[in-house]
Ligand binder design. Structure first.
Ligand SMILES: C[S@@+](CC[C@H](N)C(=O)[O-])C[C@H]1O[C@@H](n2cnc3c(N)ncnc32)[C@H](O)[C@@H]1O
Ligand code: SF4
Length: 344
């Protein structure tokens, strides 16, 4: 029988497990502490549970932690890890150390349904949703996990398309029984889905990043088919209903494509679209992917674009591009791995 993983269970799920096994109710908190505070890899290490209870737990459950199967190191210290998530499926988690912070970019799905034109993960198509266990294991089994200061849900997949499992993982990261991180350390990035956006804003306090890439609905639709189902103007209308002026940060991601969305008229449209929202814009360098007729704008153009927006009152940064020698684009390592397996 396949054992169920405990890693990735919320406190209320652990309470159901201990109730089902006839263990004292306080053992749920003890198990949570072993999983999320002491970060053990086996039930045998949970030594404040009686031997009898550990044996009972082991019959049907396991911690469910597993190490990455591959890693690629960049000359700038960025490491891209590959985790196996089921038969022939792999996802990436990218560790990005910086002067005063260390960020992990976490995946939420194997592949993605959204088919954005510029994205390697989109080209893979969709294979599976990750469970909360598979999302959290990217952190739990990371060799550098004790150095982490931030997590961004910006790896493979669209997190709002797998919201139940993503919300469980975010709860565990931020709850006192879990990692007890401030929600300010966690950012979820999304194209914006009608079904999930409102729920995420209301059920989580984590930062929100919306992938924008064009202020013009017709152009955005060309780049990102998800625009057809929930347009950027509807997304912005919804965001106006919430307060992002305090602890919680709202940002918009904007890949600057050469000759596509990199001139003053686009900057003006952006200012118009985002007027009145407490937000910032992050300009992103495009990582070229094979077979796509898009190119990244040069740095001078990006700086001019940033300065125009900032000087008109919209705070804008240029995201440092890290791990370019290993990165190319999110989804490349897992695509290569899946491709190699298919050939075997
Ligand atoms: C891979 S997505 C995952 C999160 C979510 N699905 C989204 O689109 O926001 C994270 C960010 O990477 C960006 N991205 C995707 N492909 C890229 C590429 N080839 N170069 C630069 N950024 C890319 C996306 O637009 C998004 O802002
Ligand atoms: S950019 Fe995000 S939503 Fe679009 S295909 Fe890639 S992972 Fe999916």
């Amino acid at each position: 029988m396949q054992k169920q993983p405990l890693l990735g269970m919320t406190l209320s799920e652990l309470q159901s497990v201990v109730k089902y096994l006839g263990m004292p109710s306080f053992s749920a908190k003890q198990i949570a502490s072993w999983l999320y505070d002491k970060k053990v890899d086996s039930i045998d290490e949970m030594t404040n549970l009686s031997l009898k209870h550990r044996e009972m737990l082991k019959e049907e459950y396991e911690v469910g932690a597993y190490s990455p199967v591959d890693a690629m190191r960049s000359s700038d210290g960025t490491v891209k890890y590959l985790y196996q998530v089921g038969e022939g499926h792999y996802v990436e988690a990218v560790y990005i150390p910086d002067d005063d912070r260390a960020t992990l970019c976490v995946s939420s799905q194997v592949g993605c349904k959204m088919s954005c034109k510029f994205c390697m993960t989109g080209k893979q198509g969709f294979s599976a949703n990750l469970t909360a266990n598979q999302i959290l294991n990217q952190i739990h089994s990371l060799p550098e996990r004790d150095k982490l200061t931030n997590v961004v849900m910006m790896g493979m997949g669209e997190p709002l398309d797998n919201l139940d499992e993503v919300l469980k993982a975010l709860e565990i990261m931020t709850a006192t029984y879990g990692y007890a991180w401030s929600p300010k350390r966690v950012t979820l990035s999304t194209v914006g889905l009608r079904k999930g956006l409102k729920r995420f804003i209301e059920e989580s306090d984590c930062h929100l990043a919306v992938s924008l890439h064009s202020p013009l609905p017709l152009q955005r639709r060309e780049l990102m088919p998800a625009e057809k189902a929930f347009s950027i103007t509807e997304i912005v209308d919804l965001l106006h209903d919430y307060d992002f002026s305090k602890q919680r940060r709202l940002s918009f991601e904007y890949i600057v494509f050469k000759g596509v969305n990199d001139t003053v008229p686009y900057a003006k449209e952006l200012l118009k679209l985002l007027r009145g929202l407490d937000c910032r814009v992050n300009l992103i360098r495009f990582h070229a992917i094979p077979g796509v007729d898009l190119e990244g704008a040069d740095m001078d153009t990006m700086i001019r674009f940033r300065d125009y927006l900032t000087s008109h009152g919209l705070f804008t940064t240029i995201r440092a591009s890290r791990g370019e020698d290993i990165f190319a684009a999110c989804g490349m390592l897992s695509t290569a791995k899946q491709g190699a397996e298919n050939k075997n």
